[in-house]
Structure formats: C-alpha cells, structure tokens
Design a protein around this ligand. Structure first.
Ligand code: PBG
Length: 329
C-alpha cells in the first residue's frame, strides 16, 4: 500500500501546544464512559482488601453503600455488582443468587434505594459466585454444564435482580440462547425496561485470576466448554451477532486489552453500544508494575483505558473507574 505524501502538513504542528492537542484529540475518556465493578460479601464485618487487586475491596453492605455513593458522586457512568455468598450457602444450583435475601439481591436493594436513577445499577447475572462447584451453570448427571437447565436458572436470577432494583442485567456465562431466554423472562415478569448487557464475546482467559480470589471461587478445572478460545475472532463476531439478534441492548467483549481487535470489529458492525471489560488481571498487572516503581501506574491506567476507547468501546468496565473520575476532575 502506498499512501500519498502530504509534505506540507507537518504533523507536529498539531501537537505544538496542550490546547492544540486537546482540540485535535480523536479519543475522549470521561468518567461517564466508565462502569465500576464492585464486590459485596456476605458475613464479613469489615471490608477486606483483595491482595491481587491493590485498592479494590470486598465490601460489607455498609462499605458498599459508601463506596457506591462516592463513585457515583465522582461521576462514574454505572456500577456493576458481584455478590459473594457464605461458603455454606453455596449449592449445586446457585440458589442463593435467586433468593431475594441473597447477598447480591439485598445489596441491589440497598443501592437502588440510596441512588435510584442517579446511576445505572447493573448486576452480574451468572451462577459461578453461588455454586458449590464454581461453574457458571447447572451441571448434568455427568458433570457437564447443561445449557437449558442453566438458562432456566439465569432467567430466575435475572428476574430476582430486576425485582431487587437492577436496571441492567449482565449475563456472563456464555450459554447459547441466554439472552433470548432472559429477555423473554424479563418481559413476562413485566420488566420490559430492564436492559441486557450481554457478555457476548467472553474468552477463557488467564486474566481472570485475581477475580477468582475476589469472589472466593470454588472452581476446579476451567470454563473452556462455554468461554471462547482466545484465537477465535470469527467466532466472537458470530457470538455478538447472535446476542444482538436475541435482544442484547449492549454487547460486551472481555477481557479488553488482549482483545482490542475484537472490540474494533464489534464496534464496526454493532447497532447497539459496545462495552469492554478491563478485567482483574489487567488491573493487577499495571498495579503490580507500578507498585514496583517500574511504570507510572496512573499514566499506564489512563493509556490502557484510552486504547480501549480508541478501539471502539463506548463503555468500559474498569476497577479504576472511580479513581479515573477523580484524576480527570
Ligand atoms: C463470571 C465472571 C468472571 C468475571 C466477571 N464475571 C470470571 C470468570 O469468568 O471466570 C471476571 C472479571 C475479572 O476478571 O475482572 N461470573
């Protein structure tokens, strides 16, 4: 490919003052683009730091309310809630996720009451935090994740979350047909204005490691029969197309930084907003390098988030959401 030369332009002219760089910036990063994932844990008295995610906590109901209020006050675009039950409440079906008194549903009601429509309240609609085997679905007699039984359970989970005040449900288990099942279930229960943020292209990733600490995951083995192989771009686009056809209001690619080509491809074709999830391992890597003094953590965080926006994400889930809102203020 030969590009025509533009010898008269001198690109550096556009970079010569901060005001010119600001005027000509192609990509913006604003707090409203960012969603803060948060963890609420049943049965703890004090918030617990997560060792592999410095600065991120497992919250009590009270500390969650304070942190949520602070993040929303700082201007983040939304909150994504994950619930961690007591070990003794986990079972094969993940029943405590559906239980209105389960920790996630209780915390959703707290935040819905505190914040109302001042934020966009989202819930992770998945079973892995709640099952004693740690898989994202219901197992059949041979121990394999049963697609239809899982979808039936996801519908109950989504309806319980909507009843508890979630404005957006986020099915993240990668079952076939999960979006259609949940849309039908929400509509039948009268929640026609609850949105579905579909984890449409979710890869089986080593970058979820710290998250599994954060939710005290019971998983033995891996999620490769439902999450995608990292090399598959065409398959990712098929997953995205299916989810849009099934009624996804927002589609998501996850993780973000190792999959920016997928974010770009999704942004080029999607008729609905595209989100990307900068996952726990991405946060941990930059935080660890910064803690060693090897990189400037704040600059690296902002650069990584800008790259995700540049790749085409409208919305970015990031554990830095509230920090970034403060840094940009
Ligand atoms: C599954 C879920 C996972 C994450 C979000 N939702 C973990 C997994 O698939 O193993 C990972 C998020 C992160 O790593 O930050 N409910």
């Amino acid at each position: 490919m030969t590009l025509p030369g533009y010898p008269r332009q001198r690109p550096r002219r556009l970079r010569s003052t901060p005001a010119l760089r600001r005027l000509a910036a192609e990509t913006s990063l604003e707090p409203r683009h960012l969603v803060l994932p948060m963890f609420v844990v049943d049965g703890i008295d004090e918030p617990q730091p997560i060792a592999s995610m410095p600065g991120v906590h497992q919250h009590t109901r009270d500390s969650l309310r304070r942190a949520a209020e602070q993040a929303v006050g700082a201007g983040v675009g939304g909150l994504m809630l994950f619930g961690v039950p007591r070990e003794t409440d986990k079972d094969a079906l993940g029943s405590c996720g559906v239980d209105p008194d389960g920790i996630l549903n209780v915390a959703l009601r707290d935040l819905a009451k505190d914040l109302g429509d001042d934020t966009v309240l989202m819930a992770d609609t998945c079973l892995d935090e709640f099952t004693d085997h740690g898989h994202c679905g219901v197992l059949d007699a041979r121990g394999r994740v049963d697609n239809e039984a899982t979808n039936a359970q996801y519908v109950k989970l989504a309806v319980a979350q909507a009843e508890s005040g979630a404005r957006v449900v986020g099915p993240s288990g990668m079952m076939d047909g999960q979006v259609a099942a949940i849309r039908d279930g929400l509509d039948a229960a009268g929640f026609t204005d609850v949105l579905i943020l579909a984890y449409a292209a979710k890869f089986a990733s080593a970058f979820y490691g710290p998250f599994r600490d954060a939710v005290a995951s019971s998983l033995q083995g891996d999620r490769r029969t439902y999450q995608q192989d990292s090399g598959n771009a065409r398959e990712a686009l098929r997953e995205i197309t299916l989810d849009i056809d099934e009624g996804a209001d927002i589609i998501m690619v996850k993780p973000a930084m190792a999959y920016l080509d997928i974010v770009r491809a999704a942004a080029d074709v999607s008729p609905v907003p595209v989100a990307a999830y900068q996952v726990s391992g991405e946060y941990a890597m930059i935080s660890a390098a910064a803690a060693n003094g090897w990189i400037d953590g704040r600059a690296a965080a902002l650069e990584s988030l800008t790259s995700i926006r540049r790749a085409g994400a409208d919305i970015v889930l990031t554990y830095w959401a509230a920090d970034v809102a403060g840094w940009l203020a």
